[in-house]
Design a binder for this molecule. Sequence first.
Ligand SMILES: NC(=O)c1ccc[n+]([C@@H]2O[C@H](COP(=O)([O-])OP(=O)(O)OC[C@H]3O[C@@H](n4cnc5c(N)ncnc54)[C@H](O)[C@@H]3O)[C@@H](O)[C@H]2O)c1
Length: 266
Amino acid sequence: MSNNLLAGKRGIIFGALDEKSIAWKVAERCVEEGAMITLTNAPVALRMGEIQKLGKKLNSEVIPADATSEEDLEKLIGESMVVLDGKLDFVLHAIGMSLNVRKKKDYTDLKYEWMQKTFDISAISFHKLMQQLYKKDAMNEWGSILALSYIAAQRTFPDYSEMAESKALLESFARSFGYHFAEKANVRVNTISQSPTVTTAGSGVKGFDEFFDYADKMSPLGNASAEACADYCVTMFSDLTRMVTMQNLYHDGGFSNMGMSPKLLE
Ligand SMILES: NC(=O)c1ccc[n+]([C@@H]2O[C@H](COP(=O)([O-])OP(=O)(O)OC[C@H]3O[C@@H](n4cnc5c(N)ncnc54)[C@H](O)[C@@H]3O)[C@@H](O)[C@H]2O)c1
């Protein structure tokens, strides 16, 4: 159902890898709500070819960019403004990857070279993106920038490993840059802290399936789906949330405020 919440708005969506990706659902919902978007992902992800299908379906240009490369980001933003014929109203950062998790290293035995790469991909890329948007004056007044986070930034979830610190850094960048973007052009910057969701990145965490069930029982509304996350992103990109900035917004069915759920004891 469309309410034309994003009619005439222009945006960039990072991170749609396949149909399960949260960014995939966000892209579909944004276009449904009247937005024009460009899609982007790392060149290696583009080679999988799935994102091209989404591009065709949504009539959106797919522009490769490694989010750790300032040069790629600068080109992406420039090209997006040409293709979309104007400055941007919204940007979604939906990027996460941990080398130590992928290579099954224990938290007490992490390789720091990999940790730095993890931080670069999962968190510093958000700062690099915002810095390029800022320098190129690419955001329209009252624009909205979002990144996706996880509650391991605040609480300990042992198997989430160094991604916990990545998310803490990501959320901090949202607060700090949120100040500068508000001062510059009334642009808001927030993170959405999403429930565990079955995607390539999510399922890569050890014990994901058991944890997914645990979180579902712990959350009074159940786990929030990728589709529900897309709905929330749309509201955050719309003009209905113009005074919300520098926040980490839980989108988790109530998980973050629970202590114990009787459902788990049954
Ligand atoms: N799935 C979950 O349980 C969950 C929960 C909370 C938050 N999140 C966050 O949601 C976001 C999206 O993840 P997802 O779950 O949809 O998984 P996903 O695997 O579909 O998306 C992750 C994306 O990051 C991209 N990426 C990796 N390295 C990149 C680089 N160098 N440059 C550009 N893109 C790069 C991948 O190609 C992929 O498209 C991530 O930030 C993730 O941490 C996920």
